[in-house]
Write a protein of this length. Sequence first.
Length: 352
Amino acid sequence: MAREPLFRPAATDRLDPFVVVAGDASPRDQRDLMERPFFSLSKSRRIRPILYRAGDVEVQVQGLPEHGMATIWDADVLIWAASQIVDAENHGVRTSRLLRFTPYQLLTGVGRATGATEYRLFKAALRRLQSTVVATTIRQGEHWRRQQFSWVNEWEERSGRSGRVEGVEIVLPEWFYRGVVDRSLVLSIDPHYFRLTGGIERWLYRVARKHAGRQPGGWVFELAHLHHKSGSLARPSDFALDIRRIVRRQSLPGYRLMLERAQGPERLRILPMVAEIVLDRSGDRFGERSVDRLGTSGAAIIGTSGAGPSGHRAHEAASNPCGASVPGALNLDSNLESNFLEAQALGVGVTR
């Protein structure tokens, strides 16, 4: 007997399904999602919206009271989907916003167990992703306009007689899909990212990967600027405590963190641990290079944290606690709103 489509023709009459076969693609993230507050950083249900502005860039995120706002753990679904799309296109496979896959593929791909609890949490994540409404002016061109969408436009599941979910189809928003098929808007991330358990910790890794990349000088943020950039509901003092705990643990794969308090406001320096590996547009490695540039975010004065006049740090970078390097290319082109000079000119602000 022929299998009936999961979606009614009226909903997907112009979409051919992209069927995920293997599901073990290298993880990739979408740049815009890495540097701006699109997700709740708490596992508790968040109703209060995120209202963020930086120059002409606006982001508004709201979640329905029934389900709450999508969390940074729910974003694993989008990271996994982006990884599958990029990997398929690298191999000449035609993709689509309509993805067909099994929950097992996704759960194992993001390092989760595959028991009944994980399947239940996966379905709850899909509900939050669908019920979260995002409005943004990002990537709208010269004559910008605000675009509104949900992280998952539609989703449907197929279950066996036992009630176990055997297959899922989701429809991704066009805004997200365009940002994935454009390789310049995608960065590879360390697979150990999925082992990070804290919401701020996960968010901070994505910020580090986006801004610090593999630049030898890394990137510097004032903690107050980071707090605004995160969209977190935590008080600034509690947020700073969380950052200090992460610095003590040194848990971000591929990066070393240092706090600097010698002059002015407290700052966080993010330093890469290995040399830059440069990839071409197909994702293949063709060489290495380094950029002798120090980026700053909200930091007017750069301290040296006890280092002598010839260096920016007092100690050599520690070995990677996860034993993995951070792949990917340079990412200096879209950091303007986090550079402290640009931020002052643009008037960065966020309401949580």
